[in-house]
Ligand binder design. Structure first.
Ligand code: MOS
Length: 754
């Protein structure tokens, strides 16, 4: 039996908080500078580290002369592979929670250079500026070897990775004979795509401030999407006990996947702190943010065949992605294609190609943000060739079961997304002929696409402490990288116990709190929210039991189910004048506090019988300047089906931000390698372009109704990633509609349009 969500309907319950557009509970701290980030924790005598990065992409360090740096007054130490202490890290291949198959990069391990900008030394000094200056005085002699950083060349050695990472599923086996069906199709298209490498560029750079205590214990302030991941990394790499390492990171200034794995600044800061026995901060510069992890460059082919009426008869989706020499970084790129449409002949193929680069890293909707746009641009091309409305083509091949597995979806309101999105956008007014709309020198185009992402859940735990004054503190060792976790968790707790929002606070970002998984994959509400619900349900049951058991109380003899919790009170459904405040119930039972902890475990069995996912439909309008080739995305409607929406205001913000990033993926973002140096060259905001205010116009977000009892006890699927997935395709398709040019190499920059 699956437990049904027990959260009261907001319409019936005046105390309901779930579903309300509550403003961020931490908003004031964030806009007043009260929120502290990893590089803002201070302590007297704090030393500062600066990382020196490799100038070559592959080879060896022959010699390093650090004497000039060390001679500067105020420089405490220079760490290199030659003088670093021996550490368990270098013997045991301990892996972090997000590590793929292979050996994780070990900073300062030896003289080998694996990739450009590899950290090769840490200068520790009394100020950041001094450390940075001293780093420039280090003389390094390299022996360079030939490097391979060109995916087009590397793909000749591409290989099929095995199943190796939590969540990674190799593509399903082929169904039917896709190649033959393609050859025999009445109408077919065959497109090749490139997706540029992209770097995470959160506002906050990666930083770790390690506070060294006299007893040798550490307090680590790290930019991370998982305080426990940071803690176990530090403990394992440096052979410290959990009692000796406390990670505190209450705020994270954006991460998007870049904080899923502990990065080298953490290693460096802990190395320096434990060796020098003093507190140390290591912060990366913006250019150094390009020295680890990125959305991998990807080459794809999508070929589709159909009957003249639009029925899909053949689908081939192949992808080759870059990975490093040491780890098999994998994403789910092509599987979505087999899931999104009905088709009898499907072949999906996914390969990796090794390059001399750092290991790529999950970036917002990893895999789907790359693979689904290729499919959705191909669908648009097929519609154009069929002379069919692209929306109608999608509806024609709509599927109510997952064709990859033949399992039903736990819920799938994509049809409602199509309908409501199209209506809001005015899609039915579209003339499907390219170049059919213009205003002066501006060509106007309308395009659409669909999106899909997982709805995952992991195990998590939460604690709760209710005071006799009716204040509640709930906690879990999760992070809030920006989606509004503090607020969503506060709402869930307040809702269940019928408390006003300002009576409830939520604690996170502390390794002493109950277990939570990494914040990623859009699963925090699902995982941690379910734990918060579980622990608050227990407090609620306890309180109800205490209240109805009071011999002289007004709720005497009632059952827990006969009560509602609202406004800090337990109230009889039968007669709202029969009520007790939480304070009265606790006082009558001589309780000052009521505490509990609970763990939530996914409904594995019923979840396994279904495909769990979020869906979206995106409609975009572009204006293309015929002379200049510039593109403005003037209108976007994104309709999202993500189950229950805990907070429509923050969920909307998530989708708005994702659409903006989708504009970046479509038109601007690209980490460019100079193949002679094997290095990303545009490593700052002057040259790595992201959308600015002038690039962002009307964005309209719709959340369609979607009910789901299977996905988790809250029925909430998470919205952190679905918002980006189809956006690049909707824009590329709008550019096709405006110009008649089918462009498949993202980003679509001016040179490609002209
Ligand atoms: Mo997200 S790429 O799962 O942090």
């Amino acid at each position: 039996m699956i437990a049904k969500p027990s959260i009261p309907d907001p319409l019936d319950n005046p105390g309901a908080q779930i579903g309300k557009p509550v403003s961020r509970v931490d908003g004031r701290l964030k806009v007043t500078g009260g929120a502290k980030y990893a590089a803002e924790f201070n302590t007297p005598g704090l030393a500062h580290g600066y990382i020196l990065s490799s100038a070559i992409a592959r080879g060896r360090i022959l010699s390093m002369d650090t004497s000039k740096a060390l001679a500067l007054p105020g420089v405490f130490q220079v760490f290199t592979h030659e003088n670093r202490p021996s550490l368990p890290w270098f013997d045991r291949k301990w892996k972090d929670d997000d590590a793929p198959k292979g050996s994780p990069f070990r900073p300062l391990y030896d003289a080998t250079i694996h990739h450009a900008l590899q950290p090769i030394a840490l200068v520790v000094a009394e100020s950041f500026e001094l450390a940075r200056y001293a780093a420039r005085l280090i003389h390094v002699v390299y022996e360079a070897e030939e490097h391979q950083t060109d995916l087009h060349a590397a793909q000749a050695q591409a290989f099929t990775p095995g199943k190796d990472k939590g969540g990674f599923q190799p593509p399903p086996k082929p169904r039917g004979d896709a190649d033959r069906a393609l050859a025999e199709a009445e109408v077919s298209i065959d497109l090749h795509f490139t997706q540029a490498a992209e770097h995470h560029n959160p506002m906050e750079m990666h930083a770790s401030t390690v506070i060294y205590h006299n007893d040798g214990t550490l307090t680590v302030h790290d930019k991370t999407q998982g305080p426990l991941n940071t803690q176990t990394y530090v403990c394992n790499v440096f052979n410290l006990s959990k009692d000796a390492v406390r990670v505190i990171s209450p705020f994270v200034g954006g991460a998007f996947g870049s904080g899923l794995r502990p990065q080298h600044q953490l290693f460096m800061a802990v190395l320096a702190a434990t060796t020098l026995k003093r507190s140390v901060r290591v912060e990366l510069s913006r250019p150094q943010m390009f020295s680890f992890g990125h959305r991998p460059e990807t080459l794809q082919r999508v070929a589709l065949g159909a009957r003249k009426d639009g029925t899909l008869t053949a689908m081939i989706h192949e992808a080759v992605q870059e990975t490093s020499q040491s780890e098999n970084y994998v994403e789910i790129v092509v599987n979505w294609s087999g899931q999104q449409y009905k088709c009898d002949n499907v072949r999906l193929d996914y390969k990796l190609a090794r390059m001399d680069t750092h290991t790529p890293l999950d970036q917002r909707a990893p895999g789907a943000a790359t693979g689904v746009p290729a499919l959705e641009i191909a669908m648009d091309e097929l519609a154009a060739k069929l002379g069919m409305d692209p929306l109608e083509l999608r509806l024609k091949n709509y599927t109510e079961v997952d064709p990859n597995t033949d399992k039903p979806f736990s819920s799938k309101e994509l049809r409602a997304c199509f309908q409501q999105g199209a209506e809001r956008f005015g899609w039915h007014k579209r003339n499907h002929t390219p170049r059919s709309m213009r205003e002066g020198r501006q060509l106007i185009g309308w395009g659409m696409a669909s999106g899909v992402w997982d709805a995952m859940q992991g195990q998590a735990a939460a604690s709760a402490r209710l005071g006799i004054d009716g204040t509640l503190v709930v906690g879990s060792a999760t992070a809030d990288i920006g989606p509004g976790t503090y607020t969503a968790m506060t709402q869930i707790a307040a809702d269940i116990l019928g408390l006003p929002i300002d009576r409830v606070s939520f604690q996170l970002g502390d390794s002493n709190l109950p277990m939570a998984p990494l914040q990623g994959g859009s699963w925090t509400v699902s995982s941690v929210g379910s734990a918060v619900k579980a622990v608050c349900d227990r407090l609620r049951d306890k309180l109800a039991g205490l209240a109805v058991g009071l011999n002289d109380g007004p709720l005497k003899g009632l059952k827990a189910d006969d009560l509602v919790f609202a406004d800090g009170h337990l109230i009889a459904k039968a007669d709202p004048s029969w009520r007790m405040s939480i304070t009265e119930v606790m006082r009558a039972n001589d309780l000052l506090v009521l505490e509990d902890e609970a763990r939530s475990i996914p409904y594995y069995k019923s979840q396994m019988q279904h495909t769990l996912g979020t869906h979206s439909a995106i409609f975009a309008e572009v204006r293309v300047d015929e002379d200049l080739g510039t593109v403005q995305v003037t209108r976007v409607v994104s309709a999202v089906a993500a189950g229950r929406i805990i907070n429509p205001k923050m969920a909307r913000s998530q989708v708005l931000g994702a659409v903006v990033w989708g504009i970046g993926m479509a038109l601007e973002e690209e980490s460019m390698t100079d193949q002679r140096l094997g290095r990303f060259m545009n490593h700052d905001f002057a040259e790595y372009h992201i959308p600015v205010n002038a690039d962002v116009h009307d964005i309209d977000v719709i959340f369609v109704e979607e009910h789901d009892d299977i996905v988790n006890p809250l029925g909430a699927k998470g919205v952190g990633e679905i918002g980006i997935v189809g956006v690049p395709a909707a824009i590329a398709n709008a550019i096709y509609h405006a110009t008649g040019k089918r462009l498949c190499d993202l980003p679509i920059t001016v040179d490609k349009i002209l």
